[in-house]
Design a protein around this ligand. Structure first.
Ligand code: HEM
Length: 465
């Protein structure tokens, strides 16, 4: 009896659909969209299918949105997080913070063990009053502008930044009282914009053609780092331990496994990480949800009757937030259509034949196109329509398990998921209770991509109810 050796897995044997007119050397470079890469990734999936590729100067970018293939790719035993461009470039500011750490860096496991308890439901109870104060400032801000058009993504950004700044580190950015953004906020935004733009650039180009922007970028990073170091020093001087926030835990708690604490530089990296990962994503969801609520008065009315039933006293209590099931479904449906972190990268842990068909060598990577996964025909009906009842428990139970992944997967999934749901539901419930929303009849939803997604130019008129 003869046995045949298994065929070796070779990347060059992988044949995937790709845009037509592939050029020698340049590959599919003509088909690369830098400013709307996620929406372009989705259109590509609609044209070429649930797995396809673009080849850019010899590098292969594989786009996956087929839920069946995700059964393997999302399995931490087979594939793991990969730091793709532009996440890798964020390391220049956030170093080995949780989001940008490599899987193998010891600081990831240490920080995860120390910080995970700060993101559980009981921890949310400790942040609730602070979150409510921040939302109160948003209400005051919008009350003062009643009847005017308000810049919704700009203002939801402010509230989400205040929430993470104050619950995380006791830092008040004074977003609603300053006429201009806090210098740290401006520096941080410029730094993220620079990183996003320069992600596909060459260092030499940055040192020459973009010399001025690079110098500004370095100054921005220095300002942000300096301010965070001052916050840490002030907390140490005041005596950490009594604040119950993330900074307290980082300064006082040791990894239960190893007994080690986080070092000074890593604490700074974590603070930067939470500021960056923890506000634009949530703020974008609030803004998208307010857009859909303004253009679907029937959905807003249903949410308001739930809010009236649950919110019986003066303030919305911690326990009541979890009872707002319909508002939560509105959040989920907003995140389905516009997952504000629009994708994630995974790399193969070993040579593998993905789906029994596509050879991937160890360490080759793919990008998950959430915008398309979340519009897969398996969702049924018209996937473009906004229908919070897609998230009714019985429909969630019947759904393909890989069809909804706005917070990523596995051990590197979003640590701030509960935190995000709590603050977004709190904001939406408060705004719906306090204001009537009027949509701009001339507005058609446009989605702007930085590293996250937001509804560009969205403005609403709010009047007190
Ligand atoms: C709706 C809001 C949010 C969305 C859509 C979101 C989405 C995501 C996604 C997709 C990942 C995985 C990225 C990857 O695999 O490369 C992630 C990771 C992460 N998120 Fe979020 N996030 C949100 C809110 C937050 C908040 C509020 C915080 C903090 C307060 C936060 C902190 C983090 C951190 C630290 C990680 C890295 C976790 C690790 O690798 O250990 N996120 N998030």
């Amino acid at each position: 009896m003869t046995t045949t050796a298994p065929r070796p897995i070779r990347a060059r044997d992988r044949v995937l659909p790709h845009p037509p007119y592939r050029l020698p050397v340049l590959g599919d470079v003509w088909d690369l969209h830098v400013t709307d890469s996620s929406q372009w990734g989705m259109r590509g999936a609609q044209r070429y299918g649930g797995i396809y590729e673009r080849e850019i100067l010899g590098a292969r970018i594989t786009y996956v949105s087929d839920p069946e293939l995700l059964r393997e790719i999302n399995d931490d035993a087979l594939w793991s997080k990969f730091l793709g461009v532009p996440i890798r470039d964020l390391r220049s500011v956030a170093g080995d913070g949780l989001f940008t750490a490599h899987n193998s860096e010891p600081n990831w496991a240490r920080a995860h063990a120390i910080l995970a308890p700060s993101f559980t439901a009981p921890a949310m109870r400790g942040y609730h009053a602070t979150m409510r104060r921040c939302v109160g400032e948003l209400v005051e801000h919008w009350t003062a502008r009643a009847g005017e058009w308000v810049d919704v993504p700009g203002d939801t950004n402010k509230v989400a930044l205040e929430v993470i700044g104050r619950t995380g580190f006791g830092f008040d950015f004074e977003s609603f009282t300053r006429t201009e953004a806090h210098p740290v906020v401006s520096a941080m935004l410029r730094a993220l914009t620079y990183i996003n733009r320069s992600a596909y650039s060459h260092p030499l180009v940055e040192r020459t053609a973009f010399r001025r922007q690079r110098a500004q970028h370095l100054a921005d990073v220095a300002l942000v780092n300096g301010t965070i170091d001052e916050v840490i020093a002030a907390r140490r001087a005041a005596g950490a331990g009594g604040y119950g926030d993330l900074l307290d835990r980082m300064l006082t708690v040791a990894d239960p496994e190893t007994g080690e604490t986080l070092d000074e530089k890593n604490i700074r990296n974590q603070i930067l990480t939470f500021l960056a990962a923890g506000h634009e994503t949530s703020a974008g969801v609030m803004a998208f949800a307010l857009h859909y609520l303004a253009v679907h008065p029937d959905i807003a009315a249903r949410a308001r009757s739930e809010i009236a039933e649950v919110w019986t006293g003066d303030e919305l209590d911690f326990e009541q937030v979890a009872k707002l099931r319909y508002v939560r479904r509105i959040v989920d449906e907003s995140l389905r259509l516009w997952p504000t972190a629009p994708g994630y990268f995974r790399k193969a842990k070993a040579d593998t034949l993905l789906g029994g068909r596509y050879p991937f060598e160890r360490n080759e990577w793919v990008f998950i196109v959430l915008l398309q996964l979340h519009r897969d025909p398996l969702w049924g009906g018209d996937p473009e329509s906004f229908d919070p009842d897609r998230f009714l428990p019985e429909r969630v139970r019947a759904r393909h398990p890989e069809l909804y992944r706005p917070f990523g997967v596995g051990m590197r999934a979003c640590i701030g998921r509960q935190f995000a749901y709590h603050e977004i539901v709190l904001v939406l419930a408060t705004v719906l209770r306090e204001f009537d929303l009027t949509a701009d009849p001339d507005y058609a939803l446009r989605v702007r991509e930085t590293i996250t997604l937001k509804p560009e130019g969205l403005r609403l008129k709010l009047s007190r109810r």
